[in-house]
Design a binder for this molecule. Structure first.
Ligand code: AMP
Ligand code: MG
Length: 402
């Protein structure tokens, strides 16, 4: 057996980010920047008002309350045509350019209109009040986003405000998912010995959650030639592959065999490990023609835990993410995490929440067995229970948030 960290290093040491490409910003949501973004222009582009109100010369309001002559009106989107002179004010609306002459905005709530041409200013304004200056958000030449940033909604807004419509990103990895097993059926009534394929839809969704494009490679019978053919199709069309089942030490474990032979034939690396974790002990991992392939175990919980521990961080690395791992937090054990020493780290499915004092609290989410997928479905964390006698109630347990 190898330990979890060794298995993780083996995987993470053999994957690297895909080749960056230039992509229209309409399709970069969730992708990772491969270059820094440098502002070509100022945001905002001109000094404008943050409030509805009156543009004034602050000095004119020093003796407030004062009455000023209203000489114009500037809605958002209009350019000022005249300046604010001594004793004058211009009615102005949020986002409109500050007219020359004015050095402060008095919010409308502090004013009272006196007839058509005058306004009473109730309080003295200070220079700069409620003015958003040109470049106050972003200055030209400023690095707004570093390479390695995952582009979220607000990033797209900033890119648009900078007139950036194409950007160099790591492409979204295409990840094929193949399930294996003679017992699998997709839907409908079951004959004796058959079960429904739960891993494939789960893994396809996990791939999408990891920010990748999921390619459904279907389900393969336990037949070496057939499995090999499906894997080859995946290798030729995907950036990474995830398979479920057929990687233990049984007679029908053809994924293991297929990956090993393909690695030898096409030039690549292949390792089969027994990782000292429970669940998800067997891991078949290879890189064939540059395409990483994760042979995950078939037991549904093992499959998803193995995906979380090995495939997900590797896929995030392919996607260019410099921080590919999930966050790990310290949580208070709400109930004991009982276990026996067996040389393995136990990865228990837990539900985690935050108590009134802001501490994470964790408890097992249902019965812990590698075939009980509902416990995984109701979990939002994996507790990392070290080898030994377990964690007592109110003790600290580390939890990976998933
Ligand atoms: P295997 O790793 O192929 O030996 O499978 C281990 C266990 O997981 C067996 O009980 C299989 O029936 C079950 N299993 C394998 N693949 C799937 C799948 N796609 N969906 C649900 N259960 C599966
Ligand atoms: Mg099987």
């Amino acid at each position: 057996m190898i330990d979890l960290e060794a298995a993780r290093s083996l995987v993470m040491g053999s994957v690297r980010a895909l080749e960056p490409r230039v992509v229209p910003t309409t399709s970069v949501h969730g992708l990772v920047l491969a270059v820094a973004v440098v502002a070509g222009e100022a945001v905002p582009p001109f000094a404008n008002t943050a409030m509805d109100g009156y543009a004034v010369r602050a000095a004119d309001t020093a003796t407030a309350p004062v009455e000023l002559r209203v000489v114009d009106e500037i809605p958002a989107g209009k350019a000022p045509t005249i300046a604010v002179g001594v004793g004058e004010a211009i009615r102005i609306f949020t986002g409109a350019p500050v007219p020359s002459g004015a050095d402060a905005i008095v919010m409308v709530e502090r004013t009272e209109r006196v007839g058509a041409d005058a306004v009473r200013i109730a309080v003295a304004a200070r220079v700069g009040d409620h003015i958003r200056f040109a470049g106050g958000d972003v200055e030209p030449g400023q690095v707004v986003f570093e390479s390695g940033t995952t582009l979220r909604a607000a990033h797209l807004g900033v890119l648009a405000s900078l007139d950036v419509h194409e950007i160099t990103v790591y492409p979204k990895p295409r990840v094929g998912v193949l399930s294996t097993g003679d017992e699998l059926v997709e839907r409908g009534p079951l004959r004796v010995g058959q079960i429904r394929d739960s891993n494939r839809p789960m893994l396809l969704a996990m791939v999408r959650d990891a920010g990748c494009e999921a390619i459904d490679l279907g389900s393969a019978h336990d037949d070496e030639a057939f499995i090999t053919e499906r894997i080859v199709a995946g290798l030729d069309s995907c950036d990474a592959l995830v398979t479920s089942g057929a990687v233990s030490v049984g007679d029908y474990d053809f994924v293991k065999v297929a990956i090993e032979k393909l690695a030898a034939a096409r030039g690549g690396d292949y390792t089969w490990s027994q990782v000292a974790i429970k669940p998800a002990k067997p891991l078949a991992f290879g890189v064939i023609g540059g395409v990483p392939i994760f042979g995950l175990p078939g037991n549904p919980v093992s499959s998803s835990v193995s995906f979380e521990m090995f495939a997900r961080p590797a896929l995030r690395s392919l996607a260019g993410d410099p921080r590919p791992t999930r966050p790990i937090v310290a949580a208070v054990a709400d109930a004991a995490f009982t276990r026996r020493a067996d040389g393995k780290i136990h990865l228990d499915r837990v539900s985690v929440d935050v108590d009134a004092e802001g501490r994470y609290r964790a408890r097992r989410s249902g019965f812990q067995a590698s075939n009980v997928l509902s416990g995984m479905a109701n979990a939002n964390g994996l507790a990392i229970v070290p080898d030994g006698d377990g964690v007592a109630v109110d003790e600290t347990v580390m939890v990976m948030l998933i």
